[in-house]
Design a binder for this molecule. Structure first.
Ligand code: B16
Ligand code: MG
Length: 233
């Protein structure tokens, strides 16, 4: 492979890619939705993946008869805080045993190949989780979502990671489990890998059903095929 075709950075989502915290987000929102007597199930939760806390709350409140229009900002902040208390209680015991299959090997292979590693998670609990999983040291950049104007599906978080790594977006690969996240990677001009269901992640350049199918060799092969196809078409 020509050096100019080589991947220079891989930028990871956290929830649903490095660890399966999507189930804890679900439980924490479910507790709040039950208290507010609003419907909430796994299908609804799918829409919240990759979406920040306040935007997620607003989607849940949109099911009220008033569509959430009469809820004050102060009340929303209280409910968002309550969800976060539920969530932080649920993730308290997360440790390295909850790293998804294949991820540690992929981190090691990327380090070995001098490919930089970034984190583009919408979660304000991301750093705590990386510490609990004992993987924080692998990351060359961790974007703070609180500093960004626009959340996923806007490209901001992936562009901020690339800028922090000083790598052009076209040499970056993004890995996501959420539809909004795949959209963000594509809008950033990066190669997108989706982890999950084809129907949901169809905008991705390459899709795996779970993280055990991810390896540097497989990613490089699909990256090269896509770059090569683009160059020869
Ligand atoms: P927090 P990701 C996202 O993380 C989750 O997918 C999403 O469900 C959650 O609402 C969001 O983080 C904010 O999380 O409330 O902890 O700040 O998938 O971008 O790693
Ligand atoms: Mg995710």
């Amino acid at each position: 492979m020509n050096k100019s075709d080589a991947i220079q950075a891989v930028i990871f989502d956290l929830d649903g890619v490095i660890t399966d915290t999507a189930k804890y987000h679900y439980e924490a929102w479910k507790q709040l939705a039950d208290e507010l007597e609003l419907p909430f199930d796994w299908a609804f939760n799918e829409q919240l993946k990759g979406i920040d806390r306040m935007a997620s709350l607003e989607k849940i409140l949109s099911q009220r008869p008033d569509g959430g229009a009469h809820v004050s900002l102060e009340q929303k902040q209280i409910w968002a805080h309550l969800k976060n208390i539920n969530y932080q209680r649920l993730i308290q015991s997360v440790d390295e045993s909850e790293i998804l299959p294949g991820i540690l090997l992929l981190f090691d292979d990327l380090k070995q190949a001098n490919v930089q590693i970034g984190l583009a998670s919408a979660s304000r609990n991301a750093k705590t989780l990386l510490q609990q999983l004992k993987v924080e040291a692998y990351f060359d950049v961790i974007v703070d979502p609180a500093q960004l104007a626009n959340g996923k599906p806007a490209p901001d978080i992936f562009l901020a990671a690339a800028a922090g790594l000083q790598v052009e977006p076209k040499y970056c690969v993004g890995i996501e489990d959420a539809e909004a996240g795949v959209q963000a990677i594509k809008s950033a001009g990066m190669f997108a890998i989706g982890v999950g269901e084809h129907d949901i992640l169809k905008q991705a350049d390459y899709i795996v059903t779970d993280t055990s199918e991810l390896s540097l060799a497989v990613i490089e092969q699909h990256w090269f095929d896509t770059v090569h196809k683009f160059k020869t078409s």
